[in-house]
Design a binder for this molecule. Structure first.
Ligand SMILES: *[C@@H]1O[C@H](CO)[C@@H](O)[C@H](O)[C@H]1NC(C)=O
Ligand SMILES: *[C@@H]1O[C@H](CO)[C@@H](O)[C@H](O)[C@H]1NC(C)=O
Ligand SMILES: *[C@@H]1O[C@H](CO)[C@@H](O)[C@H](O)[C@H]1NC(C)=O
Length: 325
């Protein structure tokens, strides 16, 4: 797919504009016409992998990714068109008045906006703010749908990598992780860090109701900890609290029972959600076990600092535990 070609260019940090192979161009044309593309992903990957430039590491990364069936995703065509627009300078991005350095920016590609209408209980913002340097896109689009979550994360990361490639002095990015699908997230993390040029990973405080210290997510942190070129940075953003009841994920925000209007998730619950995730990383010892990972929490660490001391005292032996240097 076009994605893999673009990511290859991003990995080389080249400024040369890509010229697509005829097959890739035809996929983009089809997508622009609203047609489904149906070129076997595998054959395109072979095209790429056989090139003289492909080194062992990126070949490996691509091999893991041919398991993602992008062609079956209803939003993939729109993503390709969007990536192609950045590539060809047709993205409507005007950075001429950019003047600030901002490290907490949400990027909202047009195809994502069409999929995720609200974020933190407010309408998902429709614009790409234009002065940013570090960006990340949360992934909270599909619950209980591994194929869509993994595919969407992949497309968002390729989009972010293309943005960085097109504006190398303007953007860095944290890659979106398709958690709680741990094996897929491990592959995507390695690929994003080694091939796409992500500076770190973007996580949510909970992924489908699992907080970051949950044992089901430990293999992800173990694999990331063991990935070369650390320390790796995870930027953690609050999300809506969710709880699984009888198999169904429901919103677990008690203040909503009082007044939805007064307690907007994005403006109130996020601070408590941040504290929960920090507590969970701490009490599970994810923080102290996996010292090759550093964390960045937004919103001044939410409500955590005010309870940190009391909380840590409840964890046997924690204060004596080894800390990262
Ligand atoms: C969950 O399922 C059980 C058994 O069907 C039922 O008794 C219970 O009321 C359900 N709980 C909720 C919160 O829906
Ligand atoms: C961290 O290490 C401790 C001690 O080996 C272990 O009990 C705990 O399960 C580990 N936690 C995680 C999240 O790996
Ligand atoms: C995490 O990585 C660090 C740095 O390589 C290492 O010292 C530590 O033992 C690793 N943690 C685990 C649980 O393997």
């Amino acid at each position: 797919m076009v994605l893999f070609r673009l990511s290859f260019l991003a990995a080389l940090a080249t400024d040369v504009a890509a010229s697509y192979s005829p097959r890739i161009s035809s996929i983009i044309k089809q997508a622009k016409r609203g047609e489904n593309f149906n070129v076997p992903l595998q054959s395109l990957l072979h095209e790429r992998r056989d090139g003289p430039e492909a080194d062992a590491e990126s070949a490996n990364a691509l091999q893991t990714h041919d398991l993602i069936d992008l062609e079956s995703l209803p939003f993939a065509s729109a993503a390709f068109v969007s990536i192609d627009a950045i590539q060809n300078g047709h993205s409507n991005l005007d950075l001429s008045h950019a003047s600030r350095v901002d490290t907490h920016v949400h990027i909202v590609p047009d195809f994502y906006l069409g999929l995720v209408l609200t974020t933190g209980q407010s309408p998902t913002p429709s614009h790409l703010q234009e002065h940013h340097i570090h960006v990340h896109a949360g992934l909270d689009g599909f619950h209980d749908n591994e194929a869509y979550s993994v595919g969407l994360a992949k497309l968002l990361n390729e989009w972010l990598a293309e943005l960085r490639r097109a504006f190398p002095k303007r953007f860095e990015f944290y890659a979106v992780m398709p958690l709680p699908y741990t094996p897929a997230a491990i592959k995507e993390a390695k690929y994003a860090l080694t091939s796409l040029g992500a500076i770190g990973l973007g996580l949510l405080t909970n992924h489908e109701g699992l907080y970051l210290g949950n044992a089901a997510l430990a293999p992800f942190f173990a694999a990331l900890n063991a990935t070369v070129r650390g320390p790796h940075v995870c930027i953690v953003h609050p999300s809506e609290p969710l709880i699984r009841i009888n198999g169904t994920l429901v919103v677990a925000d008690p203040t909503k029972q009082c007044s939805t209007a007064l307690y907007l998730t994005g403006q109130v619950e996020f601070y408590f959600e941040t504290a929960r995730a920090l507590m969970d990383l701490t009490v599970s010892r994810t923080i102290t076990n996996y010292t090759n990972i550093h964390y960045a929490f937004g919103h001044v660490n939410g409500a955590f600092p005010s309870i940190e001391h009391r909380f840590i005292k409840t964890i046997p032996g924690f204060e004596q535990a080894p800390r990262r240097p």
